[in-house]
Design a binder for this molecule. Sequence first.
Ligand code: GLC
Length: 663
Amino acid sequence: MLFNRAMSHGARDVPTAESPAGDSLGSLLTGLDEADRETLELRLERWSDDLLAALRVLYPEQDVSAIAQRLVGRAVSAYSERPPELRRLDQRRLLRPDWLQQPGMFGYACYTERFGEDLKGLGGRLDHLRDLGVTYLHLMPLLLPRDGDNDGGYAVQDYRTVRPDLGDVDDLRDLATTLRADGISLVLDLVLNHVAREHEWARRARAGESHYRDYFHVYPDRVMPDAYERTLPEVFPDFAPGNFTWDDELDGWVWTTFNEWQWDVNWANPDVLVEYADIVLYLANLGVEVLRLDAIAFTWKRLGTNCQNQPEVHAVTQALRTVARIACPALAFKAEAIVGPRDLVQYLGQGEHAGRVSDIAYHNSLMVQVWSMLATGSTGLTKQALTALPPTPPSGTWICYVRCHDDIGWAIDDADAAAAGLDGYAHRRFLSDWYAGDQPGSWAHGLVFQHNPATGDKRISGTAAALTGLSDAERRGDAGGVGQGLARLFLAHAVVAGWGGIPVVWSGDELGMPNDPHWADEPGHEDDNRWAHRERIDWALASHRGDLATTAGKVFQGLRHLATVRRSLPQLHASAQTRVVLETSDGVLAVVRTHPSGSMVCVYNVTGHWQTVPVRLFADAGIVHPHDALGGHPVFGDAAGQASLSPYAAWWVVEAPVEVSRA
Ligand code: GLC
């Protein structure tokens, strides 16, 4: 037995120096010096049960000990090769396991070439990020993709090679090191639902190697594809209808959820797990601190379902994370699961997976609600939707964002809509039309992405400035409109920055950049208007980031202010409990955060009109001298006990600092 003692009996039966952790495991640790051996013994003692449990879920018919042995073997080698500086980081993270939950965390996401031309160039532009207060940098896919259209790099041909136009692996390692010295964690994508048709595994499958054919879901005829299609949605109905692609060389139908050149891998094959574990370890040893598990929801297929959010998906994450915890515990996982509100929290670990899957996940539901509140000036649906979410596991952290590089899909649950007196379908339709600028009164200038007439699904592309009306007002020279657009943009960012997870600003939004009017000009981009909001940083504009007389400067300083104030508020630790107050008026969202250091009440006016909020709300939360930390002013009520909120006001109300409350 591989993990006979350490793995199956828990703390009461811990391994000893004489009998490390079973015979086979002992042999895996051979050659390590005593200190390393002890470190790994302790980590195995902690994580082996979790690994075996995940493997049993994934491969119930197979010898999971043998699979575990392969995985641990890889982890041991990666640990041996881990550079001293990263081992030190491991220790640091183990000493502060809540590092991602700290209020000082502030994220930014960009394409390397659109921000700094290449990796070296990006390294030369870090002052922009430092100024903003960034501690977490997500660089969009930069591992070698297929030639031609590659879905923005999400069709990877080689996970161990950097795109040559951006640099090489040494440049990536150097950048990670520079960032780390600046207190910025590097985040990269791990595309694990599919590989490019040109990836070695797919190439060898096409060449007839059955070992690699088994890495994919391949069917000789339409029987199984048709059976699956009965319940499968389409992700890209416009440019990639259907979920299977005929391949002549393969002489079969291969599963392609996304584009026809993105081949879904078969996670039911343990060889695939071992391959990806190796890739995880490789990237971690370059200095990557967070891996974004791309399209994780799609990784497990089950007939008769939509093949998303299957329970095994969480076991896949648990297995990979366990391997990482053994070799490189500084590495964190982020689930990219852009799914309905009812399926979301599971990605932060629920039930048997609590504390064992991703450390962070996208709060897609909050993002959608921000736009819904702004369009309607109403918080009814938002109160319902956010209250209906199961509690966030205390160790889990949300990525809070107003938009990302993808389109916005209106993930609104029909039951939530009904409870708020709305029809889900009609409301989703309304939001699409509003943000496409097709509704009377709309300020927004988004673009419709992937309209699916069969389902009525109509997603939206656009930068934050385009969706809040800022960029269009600026273009028209409409000062009033610019003011309103700025107010909406701050409000949207304040809501997400005040939620308590890691706020992530999408590149260009910190300068209020408009949609890129030339998005369709680049080869391969013409059918994909998501490129409209993946704009290149305009460095001439960025040079005004400190100038409050410019719109770009106002936006930048506004977001920087959010980062600065966040850092000072322990209540924004991600573990604090969040409760949406149901009793406020329809135009006001109030969120109470409870933390041992004191409470915080975030108050947002989501309308373009004055609103009031009862000051009793603050007293009820235990705040004696309410003080808006964002505006730096005390909060007073009128004779009727109401405080007045200006249009689109955002307040983060805490107990006044002592010197202020005494004054
Ligand atoms: C994720 C990415 C998206 C990509 C898809 C397929 O959802 O965010 O851009 O198209 O995965 O990899």
